[in-house]
Design a protein around this ligand. Structure first.
Ligand code: ATP
Length: 306
């Protein structure tokens, strides 16, 4: 395992910002760490990277006890914090050479060049950091995280604040890095996880509420909320959808079209049978894919381990 956290917790005053969580990440995985604002993502990342000590629990990074041997563990980790401070007056190459020195890298020049190559910063290498766009500044932060060739990358909201093109480019860079490194990246954007990650860990109010492969989560009945859009040949005067036990709610789009939400994968069949029984004719029936967004809403709507 590249990262293993066990019963990890951080208490601020009376509040458990991270409340005894457990997860592990295998070498070579890109894992999305998803959660709403204040869920505990940054706090967890800061503990793994040794920036703050945990209140309870253990952290292992590449077989090293990161609580006991924080400095040794940090050599294995590249960290891009949420608010990454950079020296705006320094040139890109100069800055990376400098951070290579701080990280104790022997061949600073080749480390800086390698980091520039991996983050596709080549055309900007001779510019001052203060002259770069936000997207390129973020890449400088990523290059800095990579400078000592770590096995594990911890990226806290790496695409936050970037424009759509820069977001796409950054995702591409991270995906490529995932071929060589273990990556844990936080986000509260569902599409981000779908675009880059093989697995997702969802945290809410300090507790892990889902952990699994994206397909596995999609197929998990307990997390499934199916939405079916039904169009009838004529107006439904008295909607009968609640007579189906598995239907949780419905809304009328217009007198002939309804969106029906239920917790069964054969909701379409149940609606069709009931419609036939009622003598109503269905002319269109479409099921929404169980998106990660729906799963996110479902799991963050109820707290607790699943
Ligand atoms: P965001 O997506 O907004 O960055 P997050 O999931 O990263 O959120 P954290 O920053 O880890 O969340 O915060 C978790 C909880 O811990 C929040 O309620 C936050 O207010 C609290 N918290 C974080 N740092 C401190 C601190 N230094 N002192 C007190 N409370 C803190």
């Amino acid at each position: 395992m590249s990262i293993t956290v066990s019963s990890l917790g951080k208490k601020y005053g009376q509040q458990w910002a991270v409340d005894h969580i457990d997860f592990s990440i295998k070498s070579g995985e890109i894992v999305g760490f998803l959660g709403p604002n204040g869920a505990g993502k940054s706090t967890t990342m800061k503990m793994i990277t040794g920036y703050i000590p945990p209140t309870v629990g253990s952290i292992e990074v590449c077989g090293i006890d990161a609580v006991e041997n924080s400095i040794e563990a940090r050599r294995k980790i590249g960290y891009l914090p949420e608010h990454n401070p950079l020296y705006l007056d320094m040139f890109v190459l100069e800055y990376l050479d400098y951070t290579a020195g701080l990280s104790g890298v022997k061949d600073r020049k080749s480390a800086a060049n390698k980091a520039i190559e991996l983050t596709q910063l080549g055309p900007e290498r001779t510019k001052k950091i203060g002259q770069l766009s936000k997207g390129y500044r973020q890449r400088v932060g990523l290059a800095q995280a990579l400078i000592h060739n770590p096995d594990v990358l911890i990226l806290d909201e790496p695409t936050s604040g970037l424009d759509p093109i820069q977001v796409m480019e950054m995702r591409e860079v991270i995906k490529n890095l995932g071929h060589q490194k273990t990556v844990l990246l936080s986000t509260h954007i569902m599409q981000e996880v779908e675009a880059m990650c093989s697995r997702v860990i969802i945290i809410n109010k300090g507790t892990i509420v889902a952990n699994g492969g994206i397909e596995q989560l999609r197929n998990n009945q307990a997390l499934t909320q199916i939405t079916v859009r039904v169009e009838f040949s004529s107006a439904i005067q008295q909607p009968w959808f609640n007579e189906i036990a598995e239907v949780q709610s419905f809304i009328g789009i217009n007198p002939t079209t309804f969106e029906i939400v239920g917790n069964t994968s054969d909701l379409r069949e149940k609606i069709s049978r009931k419609a036939a029984e009622k003598g109503d004719v269905i002319i269109a029936l479409q099921q929404e894919e169980n998106s990660l967004e729906n799963i996110f809403k479902t799991v963050t709507g109820h707290v607790g381990r699943i």
